[in-house]
Ligand binder design. Sequence first.
Ligand code: DAH
Length: 345
Amino acid sequence: MLDKIKEIQQQIADFTIDNKEKLEQFRIAYVGRKGAMADLFDGLKNVIQEERRAVGAELNALKDLAQTKFNEFQTIIEASSDKSLEVEFDLTLPNIPNLNGSVHPLTLVRARIIEIFEKMGFNVSDGPEIESDFYNFTALNFPENHPAREMQDTFFIEKSNGEIKDDILLRTHTSNVQIRLMQNKKPPLRSIMPGRVYRNEAISARAHCLFHQVEGLYIDKNVGFKDLKDTLYHFAKEMFGKDTKVRYRPSYFPFTEPSAEIDITCLICKGKGCNVCKYTGWVEIAGSGMVDPNVLENCGIDSKEYTGFAFGMGIERITMLKYQIKDLRLFTENDVRFLRQFEGQ
Ligand code: DAH
């Protein structure tokens, strides 16, 4: 028996383990329940009583030897040969997130505005962002010396000179598209005109040199102020919810007469008064009015036959109210933590 133990001991010492297969062979032969070790333990019952204790001790030592060698090589083989595989399939590494894109909140709100007006029979028109003074100001009945023409508000691209007949500028509002539409198409006209506008303003939480507006225009026979009120009332309810109250406040724009600014209940304090609504309970969402007869005539439309209303609203403003965003700069910073909040909207 002791000879047999010595022999197996030698075999264990001589066994070279240099790959996974060898390790497995070794396990079956010397560690597993059915290998050489099992036979030896089996034979223990044939050993005479007096020697059994000593032989048992030898056997246990042999078993430990085999197990120790197995453990040692198992660690070595796992750490070395399978390294490349391990990196590729390391199941403990965090997952690479499969990020969903999200629609920019301004795109979202622009689409919603279009959807609401399309259901009321408005189509969508487009016009240039680089514009002449005529379309941006003169045709809209701005007097020659109106302050909006001054450098602090408007980005001028080229000043008129002998060659260039009119100043060229970045449009300061989408109202230029009204003029182009009325010049190019005969009434009835019912259109909204979303787009980018530019103003020479210092960037802050409340102002930006680039923002978006949606212009609206409805020209037909017998269009009255009531139509303007109904249309924008319906828009406000659809956009901000049925409980939203709407009010029309007299105002002034060169291109409309009479003019009104449209306010809705402050969505932050629900009309109770807060710093967003300056404790009035109301926030402004749009400018509007009946198109001034001078503007119709500037575009070749007979103001005795046709009347119409127009309105203009800032998409950023609508979005800030709808989602309670307090800083305009968030729209252009492209911080994913901000943008991700609109996933699935
Ligand atoms: N153009 C104006 C602005 O930028 C907004 C506006 C007010 C447009 C009244 C209109 C209107 O068509 O009727 O502040």
